[in-house]
Ligand binder design. Sequence first.
Ligand code: GDP
Ligand code: CA
Length: 339
Amino acid sequence: MPSSTPPLSRITVLSGGVGGARFVQGLLHGLRSGAVPGGSADTEVTVIANTADDWWIHGLKVCPDLDTLMYTLGDGIDVERGWGRRDETWSAKTELEAYGVEPTWFGLGDRDIATHLVRTQMLEAGFTLSQVTEALCRRWQPGVRLLPMSDDRVETHIAIADPDSPSGRSVVHFQEYWVRLRAAVPAETVLVVGQEAATPAPGVLDAIADADLVVLPPSNPVVSVGTILGVPGIRDAVHATTAPVVGLSPIVGDSHVHGMAAQMLTSIGVEVSAGAVGAHYGPRSAGGVLDGWLVDTRDADQVPGLEAVGLRARAVPLMMSDPAATAVMAAAAAELVAS
Ligand code: GDP
Ligand code: CA
């Protein structure tokens, strides 16, 4: 490690679900193995999670991105699926279907339901989502401080064309767009209900201001990182922090690796490319949120264009095939903005 590398006591990550969780898992691996310059096993990692995918279903409050983070980092995840509990069973779902209870397209696993029962009971007893998350993490010990972006209800809805509706369109909850419609119909608009009135959860702004490094992992730039940055105060905090801010592209080649980032980018008028996403976040020197942006080696041709708009940019392999490969990505991200 070069002696000039500044020590990383605190790293803060703004995360969605699967992409963000896999990144943080690799980051922790890299910190523990000494691969991340300036970092160590003692580096404190704070993860600010998107909560705009949350919804109420069958009377339960479900927080998909918080749970994906908690289960991935706490070694309870179904690794193949990337979400939900390992060794899951689906008896409750089958029983609900037998009662004809809608919606049948959203499955809650039996083990997973326990998490939602604890969360819902605590919320109904008056605890905040931050307090509930802390309580759930006592079991899962994720090795990071996990914070919801806000304790307020914020929900992403998607407007889609609907010839059967008098207005020609209908609006569905994010989960319905993703799970029932499989993001297969074009998204006309992304509406983040409740966002303007939301406030950052306790600790969120301090975690950004007091960090030594802020990371935007390869999460969905619109409905994961975008919704976090959209909570009033958060974008300004990222823009203003004394820490360097680095991001990693979720777009490799001309599409996302998993998920639906391409559909979401198209709906907000951003080209589906690693370079366009970096430019969309923008350099802090011009009002944006980034100092550095990593793209995959397949997108190396986009580095000069990113540098021309004022970003530090580098092309490295960005496939999170396992925690060791992801640790190398985390190290490259820290290095890009280290000096
Ligand atoms: P979600 O909330 O579960 O959708 O997860 P995130 O928003 O955190 O991450 C979704 C994004 O992760 C998608 O846009 C994917 O393209 C991206 N992603 C998933 N796996 C990889 C990978 O191995 N490499 C890169 N660069 N991006 C990935
Ligand atoms: Ca999500």
